[in-house]
Ligand binder design. Structure first.
Ligand SMILES: NC(=O)C1=CN([C@@H]2O[C@H](COP(=O)(O)OP(=O)(O)OC[C@H]3O[C@@H](n4cnc5c(N)ncnc54)[C@H](OP(=O)(O)O)[C@@H]3O)[C@@H](O)[C@H]2O)C=CC1
Ligand SMILES: CC(=O)[C@@H](O)[C@H](O)COP(=O)(O)O
Ligand SMILES: [Mn+2]
Length: 373
């Protein structure tokens, strides 16, 4: 494989540092030409810049947009949150392959993002979507009956809605199988991450929402599956590690030898799958509803969730309040008319509106909580 010039956005985060591990281990395959981060960990960023000596480095959203637009083979977007949208668009507009971990930009942007992408330009890095892309490599899209996304169930799997009212931030940050940044870890605990991933799968693979299922698989070894029309199911499995999807994202369609350890088939394993408890965890149902409404509804789902997650981390609201904020914000959102295609400006306006509406609801819930204590 010809060595690939890679831009890494969000280099100091969980995805970014693991991508740099892979670059370090495969200098013949990858060269870092751009690095950006948010600025909350300047020491680590400086160390990375010294080690990898990229042609471009910078902190913040504008620097990420600039880096995403530079000449490169691959842009890995490992930024967290809606702030990743402009860099995603910059990479697509530059015609560069986009290895996409920042699912939020695709989900909020919807067709305003997908119509800017050439076929195959977006390579999913999210483990479930990487798994599905791998399962689909040898198949025809018309042979697909359904996609099955696996969910770990998070740290609160098996709890009732009542039990969830008392959980703490520290407990929510204690993911059973993955070590990830704080926002996605909380999203895994609420199952919002899986809701986002259902919309992400719909956008990436053009499969109707009714044909995308979620199954709870507590050990996160099977990363997702595709069921075909003849009743056959192909699954992708490995011990939980992001090294495989990140390596595939940067080297697609090639596999990077020894990117990670494989399943040890000399040992006994039990793979379990359970139905999702939609009453305790309404996030996937709400995401399906937002996805079915379309247009700006997924952007509102994401923005309201980002506001609510921050408020939960700041201990302003409780854990179950996160989904209350998301649901109530979606209920009062008007997605507008389908007469015109949705543009990026519509998405940004919906994002801004949802943040303000969700913040208002957070304040109300926080005040209510205050009077109860
Ligand atoms: N971690 C994982 O295993 C997985 C992550 N993902 C997705 O990947 C993305 C990244 O997740 P993760 O790595 O866990 O998150 P982290 O919180 O660990 O890292 C986020 C990165 O984004 C950077 N960042 C924040 N704001 C900006 C900004 N304005 N401009 C540029 N960079 C910014 C941060 O920089 P700094 O902290 O230095 O300010 C940091 O480098 C998310 O969308 C997540 O959903 C998907 C599947 C798995
Ligand atoms: C590693 C990855 O892709 C995460 O998105 C992961 O799926 C989170 O785990 P949950 O299955 O708990 O959401
Ligand atoms: Mn995932």
């Amino acid at each position: 494989m010809k060595r690939r010039d890679v831009v890494i956005l969000g280099s100091t985060g969980s995805i970014g540092t693991q991508a740099l591990d892979l670059v370090r281990a495969n200098p013949d395959r990858f060269r870092v030409v751009g690095l950006t981060a948010g600025g909350s960990n300047p020491e680590l960023f400086d160390t990375q810049v010294k080690e990898f000596a990229p042609a471009y480095s910078g902190l913040g959203e504008d620097a990420s947009v600039e880096a995403a637009g530079m000449a490169a083979d691959v842009v890995l977007n490992g930024i967290t949150g809606a702030v990743g949208l402009r860099p995603t668009l910059a990479a697509l507009d530059a015609g560069t392959t986009l290895a996409l971990a920042n699912k939020e930009s695709l989900i909020m942007g919807g067709e305003a993002v997908t119509r800017r992408a050439k076929p195959g330009q977006i390579v999913p890095v999210d483990s479930e979507h990487s798994a599905i892309a791998q399962c689909l490599r040898s198949g025809e899209q018309r042979e697909v009956r359904k996609l099955v996304l696996t969910a770990s169930g998070g740290p609160f799997r098996g709890r009732t809605r009542d039990e969830l009212t008392q959980v703490t931030v520290a407990e929510a940050l204690n993911h059973p199988t993955w070590a990830m940044g704080p926002v996605i870890t909380i999203n895994s605990a609420t199952l919002v991450n899986k809701g986002l991933e259902v919309i992400e799968a719909h956008l990436l693979f053009d499969v109707p929402f009714d044909d995308i299922e979620v199954t709870v698989h507590p050990t996160s070894v099977v990363h997702s599956m595709v069921e075909f029309v003849d009743g056959s199911t192909i699954a992708q499995a490995s011990p939980p590690t992001m090294h495989i999807p990140i390596a595939l994202g940067m080297a697609w369609p090639e596999r990077v030898p020894h990117a990670a350890a494989s399943v040890d088939w000399t040992k006994a394993h039990t793979w379990q799958f359970f139905p999702l408890d939609d009453d305790a965890f309404p996030a996937v149902r709400l995401a399906r509803e937002a996805g079915a409404r379309g247009r700006t509804a997924p952007a509102v789902y994401n923005a309201a969730n980002e506001v609510a997650v921050q408020a939960f981390r700041d201990e302003q609201i409780g854990f179950v309040d996160i989904l209350t904020v998301v649901e109530d914000t979606l209920t009062v959102h008007d997605v507008g008319s389908n007469a015109q295609p949705m543009e990026v400006d519509d998405v940004l306006a919906a994002d801004t509106w949802a943040r303000s509406e969700a913040s208002r609801r957070v304040q109300a819930l926080a005040a209510e909580r205050e009077t109860q204590h």
